[in-house]
Design a protein around this ligand. Structure first.
Ligand SMILES: Nc1nc2c(ncn2[C@@H]2O[C@H](COP(=O)(O)OP(=O)(O)O)[C@@H](O)[C@H]2O)c(=O)[nH]1
Ligand SMILES: [Mg+2]
Ligand SMILES: [Zn+2]
Ligand SMILES: [Zn+2]
Length: 214
C-alpha cells in the first residue's frame, strides 16, 4: 500500500486522483465498472449474481469485488458462481475508497472481465463521498429496511445514477409501498432511474441491465 501522510482535504484530493487512475486502468482493459452501494442485507450480492447470470447469457463476462468490514462470505459466493473475484476487508472503515480499489484491481484478471461490480460496504452514508473510478454508481435498498430509507439518506440517493428497490416480493408483508420510495427518489434525484427487483427470482434484472446502459 502507498503511504498517505497528509491532511483530510489532501486525502480527498488524493482519492479523487486515484479514482481517475482506476478509471483509466479499467478503460485500458476495456472494463466497465459499477460501484454497488446500499443498505446492509438489501440484496447487493444477490443482485450482482443475477446481473452476472444475465450478462453471461449475453456473452459478457462479469467480475466482482466484495467489500466488507470482515470475512469472505460474499467473495466465496462470487467465486462459487464462477466469477473472477477479489475480497477487500476494510476493518475499521465503513466504506471502500479509491486507494483500496486501486490495489485490489492488481489482483483481478482485468482482461477476462467486461463488467466489474464493486460491492461496497453495506452503509447508506459515507460510501457516497468516495468516488472509486467507476462508470456509474448504483444504490440497492430493499423494502424490508422500511419506507423512509430515501428520506433519511438523501445524499447517497441524490448522487446515485440508479436506485434498485429489491425484495419487492416482500412489499406487502412488510407494508412498504415501493412506489412511495420511487417518489422520494424523484424528489432528491429527478434524473435517477429507479428499478424494482426481486433478485431472488431474477425479476427486474433485465431492466436493471438496460438502466446500466448494457
Ligand atoms: N425475499 C427476498 N429475499 C432476497 C431478495 N434478494 C436477496 N434476498 C435475501 O436477502 C438476504 C441478504 O441478501 P444479500 O444479497 O446477501 O444482501 P447484501 O448484504 O446487500 O449483499 C439473503 O438471505 C438473500 O437471499 C429478494 O429480492 N427477495
Ligand atoms: Mg453482500
Ligand atoms: Zn497504495
Ligand atoms: Zn465510511
Amino acid at each position: 500500500m502507498h503511504e498517505i501522510r497528509v491532511g483530510f482535504e489532501d486525502i480527498l484530493k488524493k482519492q479523487l486522483e486515484l479514482a481517475g487512475k482506476n478509471y483509466e486502468l479499467l478503460s485500458t482493459h476495456g472494463v466497465k465498472a459499477f460501484n454497488v452501494m446500499g443498505a446492509i442485507g438489501s440484496g447487493k450480492t444477490t443482485v450482482i449474481l443475477r446481473l452476472a447470470e444475465a450478462l453471461r447469457r449475453r456473452g459478457l463476462r462479469a467480475g466482482a469485488v466484495a467489500g466488507d468490514v470482515a470475512g469472505d462470505d460474499d467473495y466465496r459466493r462470487f467465486r462459487q458462481a464462477g466469477l473472477p473475484a477479489a475480497n477487500i476487508n476494510t476493518g475499521d472503515d465503513c466504506h471502500l475508497d479509491a486507494h483500496r480499489v486501486h490495489h485490489i484491481l492488481e489482483e483481478l484478471p482485468l482482461d477476462e472481465i467486461d463488467i466489474l461490480f464493486i460491492e461496497n460496504v453495506g452503509n447508506l452514508v459515507c460510501p457516497a463521498d468516495f468516488p472509486l473510478g467507476t462508470e456509474m454508481d448504483i444504490v440497492v435498498i430493499s423494502v424490508t429496511e422500511g419506507g423512509d430509507m430515501v428520506r433519511k439518506h438523501p445524499k447517497i440517493f441524490a448522487q446515485t445514477d440508479v436506485m434498485v428497490i429489491n425484495k419487492v416480493d416482500l412489499a406487502e408483508v412488510v407494508g412498504v409501498d415501493p412506489q412511495r420510495l420511487v417518489a422520494d427518489y424523484r424528489t432528491v434525484n429527478p434524473h435517477g432511474i429507479a428499478i424494482l427487483t426481486d433478485a431472488k427470482i431474477g425479476r427486474g434484472i433485465e431492466e436493471l441491465l438496460s438502466a446500466l446502459g448494457i
